[in-house]
Ligand binder design. Sequence first.
Ligand SMILES: Nc1ncnc2c1ncn2[C@@H]1O[C@H](COP(=O)(O)OP(=O)(O)OP(=O)(O)O)[C@@H](O)[C@H]1O
Length: 229
Amino acid sequence: MIRFEKVSKSYPGGGAPALDQVSIDVEKGEFVFLVGASGSGKSTALRLVLREARPTSGRVYVAGKEINRLAGWKVPRLRRQIGTVFQDFRLLPNKTVAENVAFALQVTGYSPKEIRSRVPETLEMVGLDGKADRMPDELSGGEQQRVAVARAFVTRPMILVADEPTGNLDPGTTVGIMKLLDRINRTGTTVLMATHDHGIVDQMRKRVVELEHGQVVRDQDRGVYGFQH
Ligand SMILES: Nc1ncnc2c1ncn2[C@@H]1O[C@H](COP(=O)(O)OP(=O)(O)OP(=O)(O)O)[C@@H](O)[C@H]1O
């Protein structure tokens, strides 16, 4: 579903490459944690999957397509197949919860009828039924992240990319969000999640890919965050 073949990425003016000969193969339906110190290249790897950045060398394949060779007009279609969740939620502040989730469907051309059925169904799945008409600033951080997860999942994407989705949440709220991502993964969605959170990686025992200075130093099934705690 996602394949990196000897991918390197250097930023203009930067010194050492952000990614250095990275090869990773993620099968459909896998849940993969990308771990590593700040600056090790995690966000860069996620940005390459979304084609927000392009490799300096090597190849990135998403759903069988080499995304560097994808025509510009096909990039929106690629991104529609990938849900994204970020540390800072990124909700539209002047839209209600339901409108935030509906927006993801509107921009991808769903009919009003489908939107009316999918939005409440997805809000219920993420545990936000009854909050549809709230504004984002009337919600807790954990609830805001649930809205972001609902928005990412309402289109039933092939892939969910999450960059530090629990970075702003307390441990209790984090567990709820991780249960949600696990549930989404069980529907067949491939999940690629960058994180610093030792606790959740150790608890979930999923595949762990560790980056250090842009290189893969570990790729372990049912792994833990690190060998030293
Ligand atoms: N737009 C950019 N321009 C120049 N250098 C960049 C850019 N984005 C990232 N870098 C550099 O690339 C390296 C990898 O950064 P990246 O954000 O991918 O790491 P990270 O593992 O996600 O870090 P963090 O956990 O702090 O988010 C760092 O040295 C960073 O300074």
